[in-house]
Design a protein around this ligand. Structure first.
Ligand code: SF4
Length: 325
């Protein structure tokens, strides 16, 4: 199956007076139609910068430095601003944590949804628009009467469902959900995630779910990528990552969880993430890694196959290979 999204060597830096912060550093991954890819990592690991880079919503002093983002064969980084504007929502859409609070409180849900049609020059009669909006609201489990309401009249869960309805309104090939439920209580979180999963399956979109809630990730994603200090350090099928993590950082994350139902990884790994203005040489994880050896302090490990469909960036994989040979 052809990938729907191919990200190659994507680097995004924030330029500060003290030098560039390498928020995303040569990240590569692919996404297949219908796949649910979870991107996990500590705060500041670059997850949200990847989301904004894919949507080309990075603002100065941030800048996409290099790489390519091919969506259904089209390199988004080579499009004009207007071409990219047309791609957003139509082909790649965002559901963000802040989205529900950014819904204009004095604009009815109907108008918010019509904006998407209008911005993409989709001409609909008022009857067609009404039907389409009712169908979209129905897809996310909301009655058509919600179209008449203002966002301030909706609960947090309902607002996030409206955001999902807007995100799927033009049938995007890829939905990026950036911590979509972190402001919601646990029961509502679960329902919103079930809704996202159902609509994603209905329309066949692929989803990138960004977050740090390992429980939600285990329930939602079929494939997981682990970010550390701007780098993708491990990726593979969710069951394999949880059962047999190959990168020491992922192993420590898993060890710090009492069970898969644990909600958060903030209790996490001992030590602090590196200063991205002056990251350590070699493996960026080496100051916190209990297995670091001489090579780790000078050589940057590359992602390599650890098992079928499972890659990790750690020199220990080479050592294991030497022992096995
Ligand atoms: Fe640890 Fe070395 Fe592997 Fe980095 S490369 S994770 S420091 S063992």
């Amino acid at each position: 199956m052809q990938p729907i999204l191919e990200v190659r060597d994507l680097s995004t830096y924030y330029h500060t007076p003290r030098g560039p912060v390498k928020a995303v550093d040569e990240v590569s991954f692919t996404l297949h139609p219908g796949q649910r890819f979870g991107l996990i990592g500590e705060s500041g690991s670059g997850k949200s910068t990847i989301a904004l880079s894919l949507l080309r919503l990075i603002r100065p002093p941030g800048q996409i430095e290099s790489g390519s983002v091919r969506l259904d064969g089209v390199d988004l980084l080579s499009l004009s601003d207007e071409e990219m504007r047309q791609k957003r929502l139509a082909d790649i859409a965002l559901v963000s944590q802040g989205a529900m609070n950014s819904l204009n409180p004095v604009t009815r849900v109907r108008s918010l949804m019509e904006d998407g049609f209008r911005n993409h020059e989709i001409e609909l009669s008022s009857e067609e628009s009404e039907q389409r909006i009712a169908a979209l609201l129905g897809r996310v489990g909301l009655p058509p009467t919600v179209a008449n309401l203002y966002p301030h009249q909706l609960s947090g869960g309902m607002k996030q469902r409206v955001c999902i309805a807007i995100a799927i309104s033009l049938g995007p090939k890829v939905i990026i959900a950036d911590e979509p439920t972190s402001a919601l209580d646990v029961v509502v979180q679960r329902r919103v995630m079930q809704t996202l999963r159902r609509v994603q399956e209905d329309i066949g979109s692929a989803v990138i779910l960004i977050g740090h809630d390992m429980g939600l990730m285990a329930q939602f994603a079929d494939h997981v990528g682990v970010m550390y200090a701007g780098k993708l350090v491990e990726e593979g099928p969710v069951r394999q990552i949880f059962a047999q993590p190959q990168h020491p950082y992922t192993q420590l994350l898993m060890d710090s969880l009492p069970s898969l139902d644990s909600r958060d990884m903030s209790g996490g790994v001992a030590g602090q993430p590196p200063n991205l203005l002056a990251p350590p040489p070699g493996c960026v994880f080496h100051p916190r890694c209990p297995y670091a050896f001489d090579r780790c302090r000078v050589d940057v490990p590359k992602l390599q196959m650890a098992a079928p469909h499972h890659r990790a960036a750690c020199h220990l994989l080479d050592e294991k290979e030497k022992i096995a040979a």
